[in-house]
Design a binder for this molecule. Sequence first.
Ligand code: ZN
Length: 687
Amino acid sequence: MKSQWKQADADACVARYGEQGISPALALRVYTSRLIGGDPTLVLHGGGNTSVKDEARDALGRPVRALCVKGSGWDLATIEPPGFPAVRLAPLLELRGVAALSDEGMVNALRVNLLDAAAPNPSVEALLHAFLPHTYVDHTHANAILALVDQPDPVHTCREVFGDRLAVLPFVFPGFPLAGIAAEAYEANPDVEGIVLINHGLFTFGETAQESYERMIRYVDLAEQALAKGRGGKRVFAAAPPAADPALLARVLPIVRGALSRAGEGEPRRVVLHHREQETIHAFVSDPRLGDLARRGVATPDHIIRTKNTPVLLPPFDGDEAAYAQACRAAVTVYVDDYRRYFEAGALMSQTEKTMLDPAPRIALVPGVGVLAAGKTEQEARIAADIYEHTVSIIEAAEGYGVYTPLGEDELFDMEYWSLEQAKLGKGAEPPLARQVALITGAGSGIGAAVARLFAAQGAQLVLLDRAAAGLESVAGAVRSGAVGVLPLVVDVTDRAAVAEAMDQAVRRFGGLDLVVSNAGAVWQAPMADCSDDDLRASFELNFFAHQTVAREAVRVFQRQGTGGQLLFNASKAAFNPGPLMGPYALPKAAVVALMRQYALDYGELGVRSNAVNADRVPTALFGDGVLASRAKARGLSVEDYLSGNLLHRPVLPQDVAQAFLALALSAKTTGAVLPVDGGNIAAAPR
Ligand code: ZN
């Protein structure tokens, strides 16, 4: 590992933040924190923390010595000055004299000494940073360090690699106890340049940002060299098999997703899956020692919140879907039972009441497939996958050097069930479509775009299909967020092979599918006797057969998952009450209503619900240029009066139709139903 410090960049950072009134000391703190955060082999996803002791101003503008330490919710890769809440240093130092301090007491002491009451919570390691006298302190969970501190005799290993330039501390729970012990370790030998924490990570410190950062890099580099020398080029895992066949993934992922979603009792608790399969992962999941290696646990306690301590090991897929689903469910049941036992044993030893977390695994390992990470959202699943990918690298490095020996389960329980983490439980209810994957056709404009916006706001992960790329990209860009993963696909829904491929892509991206809004359509108009067969067939292709293709492919995924599913069709008022010249459009739409009912009938047993929305006079591009005007003229009305020609005298907008789709999506006991969205039209009421 090499230092990424560039004097010109550091100077530019000082100048840029200086214009905003930020001190050079804090500007350089931001600069090297980002250097650390930018390297995933040093820290991952909010891991690690850094600080600077600096002069800040109190409410009256008086100078005050403060600790500016990473705040919770910030990531070192993207941190900005507000990510370093300033805490008065003097009262923190007085805490060293206190015999004991609970985690809640520590958080309170940090918060009451903030110089900005609105600042985020300072890191739980803030007191460790405070008690060390150095201006800069850096802390990482670097892969190479973890491979050395997770060894059978890690103190000896660390002394051999780092000599006496680093203090070596056994594992101590982060927070107040660790802060005091770390300060004592430094005071016992003021020549040390850092502290290595067994089973946890590395702290370095210095008088300048560059010194502290470059010490971090130097010791990680020493660790990397020691690991390479210890391994001597030998292969740790068996040779990797070839990457999985995409068609096989499309079959396996929904089965695994279904098994993970049905880990508990009652209603399925769905997850979004993220798949990883680079060579090292394939080699790891195919290794004969996988069971032993994977069950040893996380490389640093921080990771347990994201990946749980161990993954679930699933068998390879042999082509028999039903048998495979059963085998996956059995493996998940054993995992969940083991987890319950671990929780009950830990809770029994605990001083305070504990609430069990979701017992389902976060990581599934499948030979021939790779790593499948689970989360409430795609982003959460990706984070778990990133962490596990690094865990595999750490296991490989540790086994190449010696024997991978991370922290035991008992101590990890305290970390997983930390009172500060438990306090967060139950806060922030999930939106109603959270954990669901929804596919919407015709999503680039009109009703489809309105459904995409509404479903995104309700927490669904989205697969958006449209024939035209331009509208699709702009809708996808508008709805994509940290909580909402979006897969836009340019697909003509009358192309059966393209729809099947889109469904496979959706499954490979999110692990499965829960909800389909089959919406794409277009209007054909002609008096029936004058309508050519070609036009009528073309209308049936889009307004009927495309719905059938989408529904059929979705049901195949639902069958593999075994967690129900939903089909929502955009029918039309024309299905019940055709207007003049609307025959070529009304006929296939009437067939869609029959199709919807048939799916409700045939797949109700699987928990699949099938419903339709029956909208009328919605001003969208569906009507094309002049169609709306001609429809209004056919009834002797202005366009405005035509659009408001309903019992409520109010026009029906795409977002009103989207609301109706959502209402059906959330009506857990409704299937085979048609919901009109027409402002009231008794003549068109379904019967
Ligand atoms: Zn840490």
